[in-house]
Design a protein around this ligand. Structure first.
Ligand code: PMP
Length: 419
């Protein structure tokens, strides 16, 4: 039964005609609360959550410990600005910096901002060390780096970019995982920005040769190698960073989604040779790295770096991989499974241009089974559960996924037969 009230029209678990901008779907499910890897919609129905807020809620829903930390810090002070320091901010920065060859951390509020900062720092470095004209930025086919003008400029998908052109100049796209194409890099290139595993662009994982070639060519020309680990970072791939999983040795790492387990926070981790060139005023952010979000981030950091945490992500990932392989072997519409750790997927290949719509129907059927899943690219099923999901929920979620795929595959075959 539809119920229209001043902020939208409700229809069971769904709401439409809201005051939210139409860059998001008009009709969406309303989620009210959750516990662990389970969320509940407004009709009271529970779902196993293989979306984790698009790879954000790595510690699951309904965490009282995180709520207590945030409330404690809010009672003390919510915000001090970057004119002053707060202890959680300093502590989290020092942990992050110690996680690789970095000396400093710039905090922002989103993945786009983390990449924006990375690109600015790389250009500043090239400008101050090599002079004007060395500002090139290279990114890769199917890469996704954000929606702000700078990060969008490095994002591959033309439909995301074209309405907003002209974007920043000097950006070139090369084919992902193509070693030969990297010969085009030279000292005019300030930065290469790349995902160790493409979260939005179809879950392609960087291959070893490509990682090795990137490391070498960037070192040769003093190009700042930026690993966009907004989605792959902090345990998601079964290693602390996706770069570790694929053998990439970046100068800068950007983090965001899981960094404060659902609160907005990002980090751009930079090496000494860049930090040494920065002066007050070169970059900044009003809210970036405030005490509330960084205190929660500290708790996330403790959990993710706890002994055995990422090993367990790898094991759980293997469970998904095995199930997807099995499903794929018994299906005419599923391609080869791909991914790392707990960021896994499988393409839906129906042989026509309708792959995307078949996937849409699988996502709907999964909901009916009580499972929330994601899409990557146009036709890849993406699974990104909380990293601490229990085996029982994982197994049950995969069983629901299998039923959803089987149902839609069956319907699809019947339709093809009747046409
Ligand atoms: N980089 C990657 C790899 C991402 O997956 C995303 C978000 N999907 C972003 C950048 C942009 O992050 P945000 O939406 O927080 O700006």
């Amino acid at each position: 039964m539809k119920e229209k009230i001043h902020h939208g029209t409700y229809d069971g678990a769904y709401v439409s005609d809201t005051s939210i901008a139409h860059c998001y779907a008009n009709r969406t499910m309303v989620l009210t609360d959750g516990r662990g890897a389970t969320v509940r919609d407004r009709s009271g129905r529970r779902y196993i959550d293989f979306t984790a807020g698009i790879a954000v809620n790595i510690l699951g829903h309904g965490r009282r410990d995180l709520a207590r930390i945030a409330a404690r810090e809010m009672r003390r002070r919510v915000h001090v600005s970057n004119l002053f320091a707060s202890v959680p901010t300093l502590e989290l920065a020092s942990h992050l910096v110690a996680s690789g060859p970095f000396t400093a951390c710039f905090f922002g509020n989103s993945g786009s901002e983390a990449n924006e900062a990375a690109l600015k720092f790389a250009r500043l470095y090239a400008h101050r060390t090599r002079g004007a004209g060395h500002h090139g930025i290279v990114s890769f086919s199917n890469g996704f780096h954000g929606r702000t003008m700078g990060s969008l400029s490095a994002t591959y998908k033309a439909a995301y970019r074209e309405p907003f052109e002209p974007l920043i100049g000097g950006v070139h796209y090369l084919p992902y995982n193509d070693v030969d194409a990297l010969q085009q890099l030279d000292e005019r290139t300030a930065a290469v920005i790349v995902e160790p595993m493409q979260g939005e662009g179809g879950l392609t994982v960087m291959n070893d040769d490509f990682a090795a070639a990137l490391n070498e060519i960037c070192r040769e020309h003093d190009i700042i190698l930026i690993a966009d680990e907004v989605q792959s970072g902090l345990g998601r791939t079964g290693r602390l960073y996706g770069s570790h999983a694929v053998g990439l040795a970046p100068d800068i790492v950007t983090l965001s989604k899981p960094l404060a387990a659902g609160l907005p926070l990002s980090a751009t981790l930079i090496p000494e040779r860049i930090n040494a060139l920065l002066s007050p005023g070169d970059h900044g952010s009003t809210f970036g790295g405030g005490p509330v979000v960084t205190a929660v981030g500290l708790k996330v950091w403790q959990e993710v770096t706890r002994r055995g945490f990422v090993d367990r992500v790898r094991e759980a990932g293997e469970m998904i991989a095995a199930k997807l392989s099995d499903m794929s072997a018994n299906s005419d519409i599923l391609g080869q499974p791909r991914g790392l750790g707990l960021l896994r997927g499988v393409p839906v290949e129906t042989g026509g241009s309708d792959d995307g719509s078949v996937l849409g129907r699988i996502m709907e059927a999964a909901r009916s089974e009580g499972l929330l899943i994601l899409r990557s690219g146009s036709n890849v099923i993406r699974l990104a559960p909380p990293l601490n999901i229990r085996d029982r929920e994982l197994t049950e979620g995969l069983a629901r996924l299998e039923r959803a795929v089987q149902q839609i595959e069956h319907e699809h075959h019947k339709e093809k037969h009747t046409v």
